[in-house]
Every structure is written in C-alpha cells, then in structure tokens.
Design a protein around this ligand. Structure first.
Ligand code: PMP
Length: 362
C-alpha cells in the first residue's frame, strides 16, 4: 500500500442494528437505534413506492448526466443547476471528490475539533495534512480565531460543520463570512443537518466563490441507505469536480428515491417537526439526570458528557447495547476524551423507552 494508507487510522462508523442483535442476542425489532442521526420516521412512503415501481429498471445503467435530480436539488436549494454536484456515496463521496479534484500532496486542511471525523480520514488519503482548530465545547461555539490562526499559504480546505457534529452548535453567519474573507482556500460549510436548525448559508455564495456547501439525503430526507449527497458551489468548482466524479455512482433507484422525497414536502416538513420536538423532549429528560451534562443542540442529536457517572463511554454504551439501545460512543472523535456520548433523536416512543433504559444504567 501507499505509505499514507499504511499509516491511516481507520474510520469508525456508528454500530448497526444487525451487529448489536448478533453480538448481544437482542431481538432485531426491539432495538432502538439512536446512534447514527437517521430519520426516526423511516423513509418517505413516496420514495418507497417509487423504488418498488421502478425495480425492473436495475438492468440499466443509471443516468450519468443526473439532470432531473440536479435540477430538483437546485430548486430545493434556491440555486441554479450549474451550482450543484450530486454524489452516490452520500456527502462522503462529495468529500472524496473534493480531495481528488483539489488536493496536492502536502496541502493543508483545517478541521476544528471535535467535528465530523470523515474530513480528516478522506482528505489524508488524498495527501492532505490536517491542521487542527478548536470548537469550544463549553460555549458550544466555533473558536473562530483558532481557525484564522491556522490558515497558511498551503491551506486548501477549511471544514466548518454547522450544526456541528457531534456538539450540535451552530456557526454564526458573520463568522463564516470572516473566514471566507480571510482566505482563498475552499471553505466547506457542512450543512448535513441544516434543516433541523432552520437556517442555511446559501446566500453567501453570491459574494464568495470559495464557498462550498455540503449536504445529504441521509438525515431529514430519510435516505441514509440510498447514499446520496450533494454540494453547492460556484460553477467553476462544480465543473472541475465533475471531471473526476465516478459517472455512475448514483444508482437509478437512488435518483428515483431522492426525487420522490424532494417532492414529498409534507414528509420533509413532518420529519423536521418531529425531530425538533423529539430533540427538545430528550434534552429536557437527559437534563434531569444528576450525573449527565447535555448540551443544547440545533440538530437531530445531542452531545452528553458522562464524566460524572464514573463510566467510560465505551462501558456505558455497552450496557445500553445489552439492553437494546444504540447511542454513539464518541471515543473515536478527536478533541473529546473517553467520557462523551452522542444521542440521536428517535420517535417519541423510542425516546421514552430510551430514558427508561438509561435510568437502569446510570
Ligand atoms: N457530514 C456530517 C456532519 C455527517 O454527520 C455525515 C453523516 N454521518 C455526513 C456529512 C455524510 O453523510 P452521508 O455520507 O450519509 O451523506
């Protein structure tokens, strides 16, 4: 392997329902998954219907020009189709294509810690060198100065996740603008969860050609398993990226499911509403635990400090998994020690069952 691959820390994703069922002998349909920030309502019924009706098309290659999907994403996002690139392994593929398109060996990229770990994982493979900035956990705010101070002539990307995964805090638009204006590097504003915060930064595109907004169908759109993500940026950036993006990466069924979901406005509205209500309920309930400290979130998950329980996140999450609950052990997130978990919102029933089980464990 290349040296970088030999030395690469593996990326640790959240645990799946099947893994927990076989590891702990819990019945599949009793498991509550609050570990991967998915849509607890399930997919849009319109998406399921569209997939079923089109199953016989899987002998054909998917459309490679993606015009139908791209124009509907553009409309949803309030931009033109030339501003959109869509990817077939979710937003993660878009990150990979950004790396392939723009990263030269030894270029730097800035990541505030803690944040989404896939930036570092994938950009390193393309020869990038991570430079760390800081997310202030206590204030749940980005430390903007730490980002500005990290900029050098070799900075190729700056990753700003808003709402931030795993802390749940937002980055103020003025702060994003300050960073955009301080550099010619591409500032990737990751809005994977923007629907839950009810704000976005697309308006900044007009004056800032170095802005790249990253989004996904895996969260409010309920299609994590179909693996569709997209980016919004200036036509120049988009055009270069299409030169290297794998042409058939978005399957026909994924395109069909994404379009059906975009057209199911009621589903998107209800999903957002449910997730916000569930977030507020879980926040209130977790706040009542004397040994847990939960942070206010603008997303569909929240960060919980478990130091006072005396249990490491690994042991606490294992106890929960034995009882059929999956939450995220944050030990693999750089910038956090071994005493943090992240809890995704569920349906109200799942939330209530989860709180009951949490009482047995802490
Ligand atoms: N960005 C953030 C902040 C995320 O949490 C995720 C999902 N874990 C992604 C991007 C990638 O999502 P996907 O590849 O499923 O589209």
């Amino acid at each position: 392997p290349r040296k970088v691959v030999e030395e690469l820390d593996p990326y640790v994703p959240g645990r799946s329902i099947d893994e927990i069922a076989s590891e702990y002998g819990v019945e599949l349909d009793k498991i509550i998954k609050l570990g991967s920030n998915e849509n607890p309502m399930g997919p849009s019924p319109q998406a399921v219907k569209a997939i079923v009706e089109n199953l016989n098309l899987i002998n054909q290659y998917p459309e490679s020009d993606l015009q139908g999907l791209v124009s509907e994403i553009a409309e949803y996002s309030g931009v033109s189709p030339e501003n959109i690139i869509a990817g077939g392994d979710g937003a993660d593929e878009i990150l990979d294509v950004l790396g392939k398109t723009f990263m030269d060996e030894g270029d730097e990229f800035i990541v505030p810690l803690p944040s989404y770990m896939y930036y570092e994982f994938t950009l390193k493979i393309h020869g990038g060198v991570p430079v760390y900035a800081r997310w202030d956990i206590e204030k749940n705010l980005l430390d903007v100065d730490s980002v500005l101070e990290a900029i050098t002539p070799r900075t190729k990307f700056i990753f700003l996740c808003t709402p931030n995964n795993p802390t749940g805090g937002l980055i103020a638009k003025e702060d994003i603008e300050r960073i955009l204006e301080a550099t010619e590097a591409i500032v990737v504003v990751d809005e994977a969860y923007f629907e839950f915060s009810e704000v976005n930064n697309v308006d900044l595109l007009k004056d800032h050609p170095n802005l790249f907004i990253l989004r996904t169908f895996s969260k409010v759109m309920g299609l994590a398993g179909m693996r569709i993500g997209y980016g919004i940026a200036s036509p120049d950036i988009i055009e270069y990226m299409y030169r290297v993006k794998p042409v058939f990466s978005i399957t026909k069924l994924s395109q069909i499911a994404a379009r059906a979901t975009l057209n199911d406005e009621e589903y998107i509205r209800e999903s957002t509403k449910l997730s916000i209500a569930s977030r507020e309920y879980l926040y209130q309930e977790i706040s009542k635990f004397k040994t847990l400290r939960v942070f206010p979130s603008k997303s569909n998950y929240m960060l919980v400090d478990v130091h006072e329980t005396g249990m490491k996140a690994k042991d606490l999450t294992t106890e929960l998994m034995k009882r059929g609950v999956i939450v995220r052990d944050c030990t693999s997130f750089k910038g956090l020690d071994e005493y943090w978990i992240r809890v995704s919102v569920g349906t109200m029933e799942e939330d209530e069952r989860f709180i009951g089980i949490l009482k047995e464990v802490v």
